[in-house]
Write a new protein. Structure first.
Length: 277
């Protein structure tokens, strides 16, 4: 298990956020078959923040991720990244801007090694291409140099996530929690400025979840990457988040600091299942 940092991580806005918006969502709306999955939702994520989105199943959390990453085009609204509109970009174009994501269901090549899966996360940085760089490493000095450079970057991710023992193992043979870390590592291999984490602790045991908390904090504190997080585990959410957005039936019901969201009556009613008194 990852050892705790010697000093408390500067979360809750203490020293890492610079008050500049890196992501801005304005009046985002998307409907499927006449049902609005997301309805007129607006929020901003500050550079250097860990911003979390919570809500019951079907509240629209992953749909927002899919709109940001270019998988779904919204019916209306605007998505801006570092002041540039990206609303209608394709997924590879969004990734090229510096936005990476993980998926709720693990999206890895199970019969490839951890190293090979992470190398795929470098594809946007490769001039020779993933397969060409691997195939012609001994025939093309430029490809060989590039291959060494990208493998060096991937080794940094492996060390960061403590995946050394999994480096050369096929993903199919790894424990579930380790596969979740490999998925996270592939996103980090892109060297993003913003990372979207969709249910990163889903299916993990308690020890793995504790490690994931440290990993999320380290991504922000050590790598300087802004984090947008969707997660059901409220303990994890409260431990890592600077700000939290709460959704219900595709609509925004609250936004604020963790302690504010924790006691917000609409959140207690919609998300935690408590009735108003």
């Amino acid at each position: 298990m990852r050892s705790p940092p010697p000093t408390p991580s500067p979360i809750k806005g203490e020293g890492k956020i610079n008050n500049m918006s890196i992501l801005k969502i304005e009046n985002l709306t998307i409907a499927f078959g006449g049902i609005k999955a997301v309805n007129n939702v607006s929020f901003e994520v500050e550079k250097g923040a860990i911003f979390s989105i919570i809500g019951p199943n079907g509240a629209g959390k992953t749909t927002i991720f899919n709109c940001i990453s270019g998988i779904y085009p919204p019916n209306s609204g605007k998505i801006s990244f570092k002041g540039e509109e990206i609303t209608h970009l394709k997924p590879h174009q969004v990734a090229g801007k510096g936005i990476a994501r993980t998926f709720q269901n693990i999206e890895l090549f199970s019969h490839m090694s951890t190293m090979d899966n992470l190398m795929l996360g470098r594809h946007l940085h490769m001039k020779t291409g993933v397969w060409r760089g691997a195939t012609f490493i001994y025939k093309n000095s430029k490809a060989a140099k590039e291959e060494i450079e990208h493998r060096g970057k991937v080794e940094e991710v492996i060390d960061f996530l403590e995946l050394q023992t999994a480096r050369n193992q096929f993903v199919v043979n790894l424990p579930y929690g380790t596969r979740k870390l490999v998925e996270l590592g592939r996103a980090l291999a892109l060297e993003p400025e913003l990372i979207l984490l969709d249910e990163p602790s889903a299916g993990m045991n308690l020890e793995e979840k504790k490690d994931m908390i440290f990993s999320i904090q380290d991504i922000r504190d050590d790598l300087g990457i802004t984090v947008l997080l969707v997660e059901h585990d409220m303990n994890l959410i409260m431990d890592v988040s600077d700000r939290i957005l709460a959704l219900n039936f595709g609509e925004k019901i609250a936004e604020g600091l963790p302690e504010e969201i924790q006691r917000h009556p609409e959140v207690l009613k919609a998300y935690l299942g408590e009735e108003e008194k």
